[in-house]
Design a binder for this molecule. Structure first.
Ligand SMILES: CC(C)(COP(=O)(O)OP(=O)(O)OC[C@H]1O[C@@H](n2cnc3c(N)ncnc32)[C@H](O)[C@@H]1OP(=O)(O)O)[C@@H](O)C(=O)NCCC(=O)NCCS
Length: 415
């Protein structure tokens, strides 16, 4: 059972989150991922949000598993030559620096192609071509400019960013899809190509249903939004609190213990097919014969009352008891799980989605393993590299340097 991407070598010029997420997935699948970092400094996240003194932060370790690290400054003469040789020897180059940074290092796409016509060159930028193409972008900027923030939050309140890193990790996952498509295409064409993902585009892609609603709104109110029928709609898709966003009404309701536990809630979806059993379970059989309640159309204008009744019942049970009762009735629901609960969840440990990793200077810590499961090529999670940990072995094995050349490169500040 070989790893799926064994034999593929990645020149990883990524930093912070979006790019490293992409190369980490490729590394989990078995690609040899060579992370190039600035000598003496490395990826800025090594030192950000540190919980332990002088130890790589969890921010860095959790985004850079299964990689090798080389320190290299391509802006020095020797560094430039080493970098050119790495381009020659790698299949994919991934970067997410500010627009133009790799060009300024002396490696525009034309030169990369000239050195290695089979190279796949993948980039993440904040924006695609247009008025903002030169801007630097972080996660929340992408959430705001990609349509997520304007459609997330409570009705009539400020736009909200989400905890899910849809701008960074979301774009990284998009980039992986592009890289794999380009690798497959290279099998047939023999040539590499550029893969570009803008964070704004990726967030917008994840907000696809909201662009759907933007086009529906011109034909009348969005009936599944809580603003219907008593509130007002403007010209753009509004925030909709916890409404489901799909064709089946859903909401978050309190469960037993909510007064003390901020996560004692559950999301319930009152899909029509299971409504009969749901109404019985919460003691509202009377709804079933009442034309005021017994059809989705009748319930639609008073969903707030439906969920208020449901909540009276859920408040008498824990979120897990509600889950146990409603799931056999085919009522889709999901408890609001805290990070503590997820970290301790045995089934996620069993599947390798939550993994304990041993790091040489940090010791043991938890991380999210590869969420993409391949039946014949399982992933194992290996600790992130220390800064420059593999510099010498990469220079010897791939570049063909001997001890003297390595020493010279070090003295020049190239590595
Ligand atoms: C994330 C971001 C905002 C960070 O900006 P920043 O900290 O100012 O860093 P930059 O990307 O501008 O790069 C910094 C410099 O480091 C240099 N550098 C990077 N690696 C180097 C190395 N190994 N050796 C020498 N110099 C190096 C770059 O050449 C660049 O120099 P230049 O501006 O003089 O050309 C920016 O990189 C960006 O917008 N990236 C694209 C979008 C993205 O991925 N954002 C999400 C990040 S999670």
């Amino acid at each position: 059972m070989g790893k799926a991407l064994e034999g593929i070598r990645i020149l990883d010029m990524t930093h912070v989150q979006s790019g490293p997420t992409a190369t980490q997935i490729l590394a989990w699948f078995g690609a040899d991922c060579i992370k190039v970092e600035r000598p003496g400094a490395g990826d800025a996240t090594r030192g950000q949000l540190r919980d332990l003194e002088d130890v790589d932060s969890l921010y860095f370790t959790m985004l850079n598993h299964n990689k090798r690290s080389i320190t290299l400054n391509p802006k020095t003469e020797t560094g430039n030559k080493i970098f050119a040789k790495l381009i020659e020897e790698c299949d994919v180059m991934v970067e997410n620096f500010a627009p133009g940074a790799i060009d300024r290092m002396g490696f525009p796409w034309e030169k990369i192609q000239e050195i290695n016509p089979r190279m796949i060159y993948a980039s993440v930028k904040g924006f695609g071509p247009g008025p903002y193409e030169d801007c630097k972008v972080y996660e929340n900027v992408a959430q705001c400019t990609g349509g997520s923030a304007s459609t997330t939050g409570e009705i009539g309140r400020v736009p909200l960013v989400t905890g899910a890193q849809i701008g960074d990790s979301g774009t990284g996952i998009h980039l992986v899809a592009g890289i794999l498509a380009a690798l497959l295409h290279r099998e047939r064409s023999g040539r590499g190509q550029r893969v570009e993902c803008a964070m704004q585009d990726s967030v917008l892609n994840l907000c696809r249903v909201k662009l759907r609603d933007q086009q529906r709104i011109v034909h009348g109110p969005l009936t599944e939004y809580p603003q219907y029928p008593n509130g007002t709609f403007g010209e753009a898709v509004p925030r909709a609190g916890n409404a489901s966003g799909g064709g089946q009404p859903g909401w978050i309701v309190k469960c037993k213990g909510w007064e003390d536990d901020p996560d004692s809630y559950i999301y319930v979806i009152t899909q029509a097919a299971a409504f009969h059993a749901f109404a019985k379970a919460i003691g509202r059989e009377d709804w079933l014969d009442d034309p005021e309640w017994n059809t989705p159309a009748a319930r639609l204008p008073k969903l707030d009352q439906v969920f208020a009744e449901i909540e009276k019942w859920t408040m008498t049970k824990t979120k897990f008891e509600v889950m146990d009762i409603l799931n056999p009735l085919n009522v889709p629901c999901g408890p609001i799980l805290s990070m503590k609960e997820l970290a301790e969840e045995p089934s996620l440990r069993a599947t390798g989605t939550i993994v304990e990793v041993d790091h040489p200077t940090r010791g043991k810590y938890l991380t999210v393993g590869n969420p993409i499961k391949l039946s014949d090529s399982p992933s194992e999670v290996v600790a992130s590299p220390l800064l420059g940990e593999h510099t010498e072995e990469i220079l010897k094995d791939i570049i063909g340097f001997g001890d003297e050349e390595i020493e010279k490169a070090r003295t020049e500040g190239a590595i």
